[in-house]
Design a binder for this molecule. Structure first.
Ligand code: DC
Length: 221
């Protein structure tokens, strides 16, 4: 069946500003934001509740633990619930962040996430963000964006988000962590051939959002 909703896919590496940009674009256009990474994180959080040793996790155990995860629509975004409860703080914690790449390597978990994201887009115009939205999940997206930024700049943004003054050493450490995550997620993080690449290193968030909103208005005619 042909999709009748409008889909904007925003992909890019860790800390490239995808989620906050996608959220702002969604708000400007009156669409709903779907953060696909939040589902990988929710599956990880659910499995951590059941089994504390991630080295023993099987794909089936992750799928079983993730069964009670649902994606709920709010005013401007979809967000994951686990057993009916919001889990935002839990999914952003260090333990989930340290183990989510392992879960994101599991092919059936990827199918589970992809299905939930596609279901969300069945009835609503959406801005989806992740690594493979424009390649695997919505190869027919109306607009595909791939955000890139220098790894040191991404590290500096992460530290600013946390709101604590950062030393040179902290910046070096965060840059290293981001480079390691890039390597772990590299297999999934491939730009679609028909995506628009935006290097955000020298751009403000507002400028990124405006560029995407303008492109989207051109595409929707
Ligand atoms: O963007 P994030 O940090 O919330 O992503 C969490 C993890 O999920 C990270 O390891 C990358 C992975 N991911 C993925 O493989 N594919 C997606 N579409 C989104 C996230």
């Amino acid at each position: 069946m042909t999709r009748r909703t409008f889909v904007i896919a925003i992909d890019g590496p860790a800390a490239s500003g995808k989620s906050s940009t996608a959220q702002m674009v969604a708000e400007k256009l009156g669409y709903l934001h779907v953060d696909s990474g939040s589902l990988y994180r929710a599956a990880t959080a659910a499995t951590l509740r059941d089994q504390s040793d991630p080295s023993k996790w099987t794909e089936q155990a992750v799928l079983d633990a993730a069964r009670p995860v649902e994606l709920r629509a709010a005013r401007t975004s979809f967000y994951p619930l686990l057993e009916g409860r919001a889990i935002e703080d839990e999914i952003r914690g260090g333990e989930v962040t340290d183990n989510v790449s392992r879960v994101a390597q599991m092919p059936r978990v990827r199918e589970w996430v992809n299905q939930k994201v596609r279901d969300a887009a069945k009835s609503r115009n959406v801005v989806v963000d992740g690594r493979d939205m424009g390649t695997m999940v919505f190869p027919d997206a109306d607009l595909k964006i791939f955000l890139v930024a220098d790894s040191r700049e991404r590290a500096a943004r992460r530290l600013r988000q946390r709101g604590t003054p950062a030393s040179q050493q902290m910046l070096d450490d965060e840059t290293m962590r981001i480079t390691e995550r890039d390597a772990r997620d590299a297999g999934q993080t491939v730009p679609a051939a028909d995506s628009v690449m935006i290097d955000t290193t020298g751009l403000t968030q507002q400028e990124q959002v405006e560029q995407i909103v303008t492109l989207s208005k051109q595409r929707s005619g």
